[in-house]
Design a protein around this ligand. Structure first.
Ligand SMILES: NC(=O)c1ccc[n+]([C@@H]2O[C@H](COP(=O)([O-])OP(=O)(O)OC[C@H]3O[C@@H](n4cnc5c(N)ncnc54)[C@H](O)[C@@H]3O)[C@@H](O)[C@H]2O)c1
Length: 447
């Protein structure tokens, strides 16, 4: 535990990254003041409620409660804290560049309050942002404010563990002592600390996400070839992953990557390169493969059911991955819209999405209170998000409630033999499926 005489650390923007960062820093023994412009969020947090779903966060927050405080006032934050983490969102702008308007707002709100401070950038920002912030601070006369880049690599759904047990901590600083201070703050975490320049730290984040997205698009293309040549991508990935130079991670074929990070960060890196005069050809392919992958599921349904007009398709899972309530850039949004455009009737179930909620994202989709309710009378089902409760469905019961027998496993997470035994066909992505017992729906018959 650290001495409580030190000034509290400030965290600006308490979304998925900011809140987990704040709670973990408090867990390490520091006092933390959290600021957000969203008053309802701050009210909830003051009442001890966690406004997002992230496994383990409630318990950790409860345990560090007395070291955490919440405010919407920059005056209060700047009065109490000197080290300020910035964790506001940096969504894509219409041009594909990262929209830094929220970051700019924070810099101007902090610099207006003067004082000697240290800004620590957790948000994912393009290379050059540190330089830009320093220039803004200088023109505002706030030269006593330092800047450190400390990109975040957490995964939603495993965020607490990722922050407390990271693969590495990256610290890019202009002044040695600023980097030392942030390294000291995380002294309770055992990991490799990468000390580097600000632009290099900014690039490490983008390059990491772009590489992971590339792995996903690569294995998805291998899966698509597997389908043509009769190989099974799961065994291919296992065989590849045993090679230490390749490694087993991020080699699961499926309906493509989504979420609030990969799509926007890959796009932003492509733009960043383009704006600097370099055509990042590989990333164009990564992005295109990902777009097409979501649409392949519709093609698979058409192969099985023929025209989709009037057909009932149930989507199992809507969030961009399991163990989160985040729907940003989820594959389900594109899939639902495409199915509706084909004239299909679409129902859905997700443990984190209530019926009637998010009609903005899923117009015309009937969101049910249970998987079986969504599957009732369906001609086909698509596993979109591999929530454990969906993977573990009783497929015999599913077969009874569905009208058809077609299941598309968009995440290669289902046991195809179990489904076949229940009389359901199970089409994975790049997999060789066993023949369903009593499966009367074939592509030819359906046409
Ligand atoms: N979500 C992830 O898995 C993840 C992982 C690594 C990095 N990142 C990066 O971290 C950043 C934050 O992502 P997130 O998913 O936590 O976003 P989020 O949308 O969940 O949270 C952002 C928060 O910032 C608040 N905010 C916006 N403007 C503000 C301002 N001027 N002052 C104070 N608060 C303000 C919002 O109200 C919101 O609560 C992004 O740059 C993202 O790319 C995200």
């Amino acid at each position: 535990m650290v001495p409580q005489t030190q000034r509290p650390v400030g965290v600006i923007g308490v979304g998925y990254v900011g809140l987990v960062t704040a709670v973990c820093i408090a867990h390490l023994g520091h006092r933390v003041v959290c600021l957000d412009v969203d008053e309802a969020k701050i009210e909830k947090l003051r009442a001890g409620l966690v406004p997002i779903y992230e496994p383990g966060l409630d318990e950790l927050m409860a345990g560090a409660r007395e070291r955490l405080s919440f405010t919407t006032s920059y005056d209060e934050l700047c009065e109490r804290s000197r080290v300020l983490f910035i964790a506001v969102d940096t969504p894509p702008s219409p041009s594909g560049d990262a929209d830094l308007s929220r970051v700019e707002r924070v810099v101007s709100d902090v610099s207006a309050r003067g004082g000697e401070r240290l800004l620590v950038m957790k948000s994912t920002v393009p290379v050059g942002t540190g330089e830009r912030v320093l220039a803004e601070l200088e023109s505002a006369g706030a030269t006593a404010i330092g800047y450190v880049s400390n990109p975040e690599f957490l995964r939603e759904g495993a965020a607490v563990d990722d922050v407390l047990h990271p693969d590495r901590i990256v610290i890019g600083a202009y002044r040695e002592r600023d980097g030392d201070e942030i390294q000291q703050l995380f002294a309770g975490i055992e990991t490799t600390v990468v000390r580097t320049s600000v632009p290099t730290a900014e690039m490490i984040k983008y390059a990491s996400n772009a590489f992971l997205a590339t792995k996903i698009s690569f294995i998805n293309e291998i899966a698509n070839v597997c389908e043509v040549v009769g190989a099974d991508v799961r065994a291919v990935a296992d065989g590849m992953g045993l090679d230490e130079r390749i490694g087993p991670h991020f080699l699961r074929a499926g309906i493509g990557y989504g979420g609030s990070c990969f799509p926007k960060d890959v796009q932003a890196l492509k733009q960043l390169a383009g704006n600097s005069g370099y055509h990042f050809q590989l990333l164009n392919a990564v992005i295109e493969v990902n777009h097409l992958q979501k649409r392949r599921v519709v093609g698979k349904l058409q192969e099985r059911l023929g025209r989709l007009r009037g057909k009932h398709v149930a989507l199992l899972g809507l969030t961009f991955k399991p163990h989160t309530d985040d729907l940003r850039e989820a594959a389900s949004i594109v899939l639902a819209a495409r199915l509706r455009a084909e004239g299909a009737r679409v129902s859905a179930y997700d443990p984190m999405v209530a019926p009637g909620a998010r009609a903005d994202l899923f117009p015309g989709v009937a969101i049910a209170t249970s998987a079986l309710a969504a599957l009732e009378g369906a001609d086909a089902a698509v596993l979109v998000t591999e929530w454990p409760e969906l993977v573990a469905l009783d497929w015999t019961v599913v077969r009874d409630v569905m009208r058809g027998a077609c299941v598309i496993d968009g995440r290669n997470a289902l046991d195809a033999a179990l489904l076949a035994a229940a009389g359901l066909s199970c089409d994975g992505i790049g997999t060789v499926a066993p023949v369903a017992i009593g499966d009367s729906v074939t592509s030819d018959e359906a046409r």
